[in-house]
Design a protein around this ligand. Structure first.
Ligand SMILES: N[C@@H](CCC(=O)N[C@@H](CS)C(=O)NCC(=O)O)C(=O)O
Length: 215
């Protein structure tokens, strides 16, 4: 039985979306953000305090893109995976990592030094620099999706989930208005998917339940 610990629109949205695309059943446990501060008991489950935490029997994982790869490998075959004998295999592996290590890294600094830190620890210089850095890092994606519907392999894959989470986070951070047209169209294409809509509806439903439980 799969259990995913999730905060609304956090990186755990990647495996949540992947599971909906694959039609898997799972338990979703919502937490307030950041759980390290607002739900310190979560540190017993994941000593890192980060989201996601994912359990499947004895398997425990904390990296959102690795969980997507695990799901494809463990519960496939699925068209969301790209196999070693496919031409796009290298690009697929590249974008599975690019999504978090390259794209969301600068966004994390914007979130922290603009929204999470207090008083003098806020830092507009870091926010400006890393906002610019994020948009520069989108260029690789822009170039591809200007000519292709998806990031690799000519079909929707886990790599689209890995990469496009950064677009979701950009929306949360108020940066999405600055997307160039190809990125806006790519994001529209992805969010029109039934799997995306189901994942979003599920997180909103569970978030409401969590909030009602508290009031
Ligand atoms: N590389 C990890 C990063 C996990 C991560 O940093 N998650 C954020 C939420 S999107 C988090 O838990 N931040 C709160 C904290 O660090 O206390 C992944 O891709 O899952």
């Amino acid at each position: 039985m799969i259990t995913l610990y999730h905060c609304i629109n956090a990186r755990s949205f990647r495996p949540l979306w992947a599971m909906e695309e694959m039609g898997l059943s799972y338990t979703l446990k919502m937490l307030p953000f950041p759980p390290r501060v607002l739900a310190p008991e979560y540190l017993e489950i994941n000593p890192l305090g980060t989201i996601p935490a994912f359990f499947d029997g004895d398997t425990f994982m904390t990296e959102s893109t690795a969980i997507c790869q695990y799901l494809a490998g463990r519960y496939g075959p699925t068209s969301l995976n790209v196999l070693p004998d496919e031409k796009a295999y290298g690009a697929f592996e590249n974008f599975m990592h690019y999504g978090d290590t390259t794209l969301t890294f600068p966004q994390t600094l914007v979130l922290r030094y603009r929204d999470l830190e207090e008083g003098e620890r806020k830092n507009p210089q870091i926010v400006d620099d890393y906002t610019r850095w994020f948009f520069n890092r989108l260029r690789t994606i822009e170039r591809i999706v200007a000519n292709e519907p998806y990031i690799c392999a000519g079909r929707f894959t886990m790599a689209d989930i890995a990469v496009s989470y950064a677009l979701l986070l950009a929306g949360t951070l108020g940066l999405a208005d600055n997307f160039k047209e190809p990125i806006k169209d790519y994001w529209k294409r992805l969010t029109a998917r039934d799997g995306f809509k189901r994942a979003d509806a599920r997180q909103i439903f569970e978030q409401k339940k969590m909030e009602e439980g508290k009031s």
